[in-house]
Design a protein around this ligand. Structure first.
Ligand code: G3I
Length: 506
């Protein structure tokens, strides 16, 4: 009973904090582009994408050519998402109104600080008519209306500030598409820049910094009281071309330190978590008889560039959470074991690291593997949420957190179709009912596992806002379709966040 009261108070505190820090009122769900002005000029494109994926989102792409527009599964068919599938503007202003109302009742004492410095999104209580014509108070966590509310309610049930629900955001689309913005603001309370904070975009020419578009994303996220995940400081891909020309060990070390320090200094107190090193591990033997990826950093600094980068990041900003981020580290197999060994070694040596990012670009079907192509070697594994749970446990045993950082679930594409250039038209083929059911099941399993392992796992970021903006050319991988409507995956994720069973529509 005392515990229940404590949790109830916590949610009131959260609402109070949300209002005090302007999470709803500072633009709140009144989605403006104020924070996005004057930043549309693109920096010179000099960054290397040496992984050759060729699948980046296409800034010129029209939403009308995107997939999933006529969702044959009937979005929101399970009923639980009917609110979410109606006008996003209406829902957005509802959330704003209810947050404001509850704040007037909230006590004026100082609320407890949420874990990450931003506030989370449990909405207000509401009154519901009961069977005898009276009214009953309904707690928002009895019926969360959005992903971010459901994520925050994990905290209400289990303590802490809940599971942050994030999306990778492209500055271009945030400026250009109001429906994109509205969906983002309504459903998500964490933001990752899909490309804008990478080394190449931030420092296209040596010593010449371009923070404008990344700053605009940070301004926007702050206006919406979102947590911000910084992605990513040191990565072999999307780094500037000039980095490859460095021949000298000390020079590389200085350049890396300068990049890490300048970036962390710029975003001090604003970006809450950083992916310090991304995808350092290859898919097999690569550098010097190890799985470490062969690039300028390993060639000059050896394996220790990773530890050095973490130490530099910690020295630059001891208050920010530091993550190692990779793909297939959630699986059973050599790659996951290599990543684990790398991270365990960092911990053993006392290198400052707070957590591990599991990208989770998941294959729902084994057929994609059989089809081969470059993606088969990059993402060879068929989904296995049991292995995901085991991996979370072994990182928890090291005292680390786990974030899902780039979540999406493929149901269809042969890998080679995903090698389409960024300006190739997206598939307009709607997701089939069978594909949608499978996708929902996979999302449910992974999100349930994260919730089960909470608070070790306390953030889930989807790699895109809705299908048309995914990095995949031809596969409707995200929970929202081309009309920004929730797919069955959305209902499954909502159920998983609430810890209740999900029954797929037949
Ligand atoms: O900015 C240029 C633009 O000027 C040019 O006109 C356009 C046409 O080619 O390309 C634009 O750059 C593209 C960039 O995305 C922004 O759209 C790059 O070509 C393209 O390669 C780049 O792709 C990104 C990819 O990382 C690069 O490796 C994807 O959008 C992004 O989703 C993807 O994200 C990665 C994570 O960072 C790490 N984990 C894997 C994940 C998927 O590959």
């Amino acid at each position: 009973m005392v515990l229940m009261a404590d949790r109830w108070l916590r949610s009131v505190w959260i609402v109070a904090l949300c209002t005090a820090s302007g999470c709803a009122s500072a633009g709140g769900n009144d989605v403006t582009t104020d924070a996005l002005d004057d930043t549309t000029a693109a920096p010179p494109e000099t960054s290397s994408t040496s992984n050759g994926d060729g699948t980046g989102s296409d800034p010129e792409m029209s939403t009308s050519s995107s997939g999933g527009e006529d969702d044959s599964t009937g979005a929101a068919s399970t009923g639980s998402t009917s609110d979410a599938s109606s006008s996003s503007e209406t829902d957005a202003s509802d959330t704003l109104a209810s947050t404001d109302e509850s704040s007037s009742d909230a006590t004026t004492s100082a609320p407890p600080e949420p874990d990450d410095g931003s506030s989370s999104g449990v909405g207000s209580t509401g009154a519901e008519e009961d069977s005898e014509g009276g009214t009953t108070e309904v707690h928002p966590c009895d019926r969360p209306r959005t992903l971010k509310e459901a994520g925050a309610c994990v905290g209400f049930r289990k303590g802490g500030s809940g599971v942050r629900i994030g999306a990778a955001v492209a500055h271009h689309w945030l400026v250009a598409d109001s429906a994109y913005r509205e969906l983002l603001v309504r459903e998500f309370d964490s933001l990752t820049a899909e490309n804008e904070m990478k080394w190449g975009p931030l420092q296209p020419e040596r010593g010449s910094w371009y923070f404008d578009t990344a700053d605009a994303l940070v301004d926007f996220a702050e206006e919406q009281d979102m947590m911000i995940r910084g992605h990513t400081l040191v990565w072999y891909s999307q780094k500037p071309n000039w980095v490859d020309d460095i021949q000298n060990v000390e020079e590389f070390r200085d350049v890396m330190r300068d990049h890490v320090e300048t970036t962390l200094d710029h975003y001090r107190g604003r970006v809450h978590r950083w992916d310090v090193v991304n995808e350092a591990m290859a898919d097999g033997i690569d550098w010097n008889g190890t799985y470490l990826r062969d690039w300028r950093a390993t060639q000059l600094l050896g394996a220790d560039y990773i530890a050095e980068a973490f130490q530099m990041a910690h020295d630059a900003d001891p208050d920010v959470e530091l993550y190692y981020n990779d793909y297939n580290n959630d699986m059973a197999g050599a790659k996951a074991d290599q990543v684990y060994a790398l991270v365990a070694d960092l911990v053993e040596r006392g290198i400052p690291i707070d957590g591990v990012g599991f990208q989770l670009h998941v294959n729902a079907t084994p057929t994609q593997i059989a089809q081969g192509g470059m993606w088969a070697s990059l993402y060879p594994n068929y989904y296995n949420s049991g292995a995901f749970a085991d991996n979370i446990d072994r990182y928890a045993a090291l005292g680390l957190k786990v974030n899902i950082t780039e979540f999406d679930v493929r149901v269809r594409s042969p890998f080679h179709e995903n090698e389409a250039p960024p300006d190739a038209p997206r598939s307009s083929e709607p997701i089939t009912a069978a594909e949608a059911r499978l996708q929902a099941k996979v999302y449910y399993e992974y999100v349930s596992t994260c919730v089960e392992k909470y608070p070790t796992c306390d953030a889930i970021t989807f790699w895109g806002v809705a299908d048309p903006y995914s990095w995949y050319a031809t596969d409707p991988v995200l929970p929202f379709d081309g009309n920004y409507l929730p797919k069955p995956a959305y209902d499954a994720i909502m159920a998983a966040l609430q810890g209740v069973p999900y029954v797929a529509p037949q």
